[in-house]
Design a protein around this ligand. Structure first.
Ligand code: SAM
Length: 277
């Protein structure tokens, strides 16, 4: 086995999604660093692999990485796995890889399942360009601010979300993105996998009215906005909007300017959000 750190993808639900190469690497390395050793032990038992494991998670990654890197530097080999899917994708491992590269240790990917790629591939939304946003902030205010920042994003936006926050997140998305197309992938490769597509408002209604649709793991995707058209606001109207934004939230300021000018409220709102940034 070549001395290196192998970044190994594991299944996101269906255990058959492990690759042959992942099995070979996990069997042959000197040790496996796992996010949650108890959870990964179940996977390894199913695969008949008894490679020793150490834990490497977000709370000990900084202290432990160098010790593991030193072992590999001395000629050893290790694999990094997370609880599901590809390590480093909203999962630990970034510090380890960064540090390993700085120490001249090779990092080799063993690709496989990844929820965002699986979800995007069946979303029906543009996959030519996309922006992976990971998890949104938990607090409502910060989450809304982050979504407002994305109003002018033209690429498909991809978010991870948990069952505790899916409804609130969808409601905020409906407020800001209303009739844009979206896709919601739930429990990919698992027993109750579901894919909902349609305008954000409609997907929200379906999820609100069906408790089952609020359970499990989610990937939420929203179509990017149209390339910004040249603004309909004149320079003086934009200056007035800027002044109002010093005192008022974008929604209120935009409503006043839209009333005053007769320009579409959403267009003024989008401009207000862009100006505030
Ligand atoms: N590293 C993983 C990957 O490659 O996708 C993601 C880990 S992240 C901590 C976990 C989040 O990924 C979940 O909260 C959910 O948003 C998404 N996810 C993981 N497995 C999923 C599945 N089977 N169906 C839908 N979303 C999933």
């Amino acid at each position: 086995m070549e001395s290196a750190i192998y970044i190994v993808a594991t299944p996101i639900g269906n255990m058959r999604d492990i690759t042959r190469r992942a099995i070979d690497v996990l069997s042959e390395v000197d040790f496996i660093a796992a996010e949650d050793t108890r959870m990964s032990r179940r996977l390894l038992e199913q695969l008949d692999i008894d490679t020793p494991m150490v834990s490497l998670h977000e709370h000990n990654e900084r202290q432990k990485s160098q010790i593991l890197i030193d072992k590999v530097s001395a000629g050893g080999s290790m694999a990094l796995i997370s609880d599901a899917g590809t390590p480093l994708i909203s999962d630990p491992g970034y510090f380890l890889v960064k540090q390993a590269k700085a120490s001249g240790v090779r990092c080799i990917p063993v690709p496989g399942a990844c929820a965002l790629v699986a979800a995007l591939s069946v979303s029906g939304l543009s996959s030519a360009r996309f922006s992976f946003e990971g998890f949104l902030p938990h607090k409502t205010g910060a989450k809304k601010a982050e979504l407002e920042r994305l109003i002018s994003e033209t690429r498909t936006m991809i978010f991870y979300e948990s069952p505790h926050r899916i409804l609130e997140t969808l409601r905020l998305c409906a407020e800001l993105f209303a009739d844009r197309q979206m896709a919601l992938a739930r429990e990919i490769t698992k027993r109750f996998e579901t894919y909902l597509t349609g305008p954000v408002n409609e997907v929200l209604s379906i999820v609100e009215s069906d408790l089952m649709q609020q359970k499990g793991e989610f990937v939420l995707m929203i179509e990017g906005g149209a390339q910004l058209k040249p603004s309909s606001l004149s320079d003086s109207q934009r200056t007035l909007l800027k002044s109002l934004l010093q005192e008022l939230p974008p929604k209120k300021a935009a409503a006043l300017i839209a009333d005053y000018t007769g320009i579409n409220k959403r267009e003024v709102y989008n401009e207000a959000v862009a100006l505030r940034q």
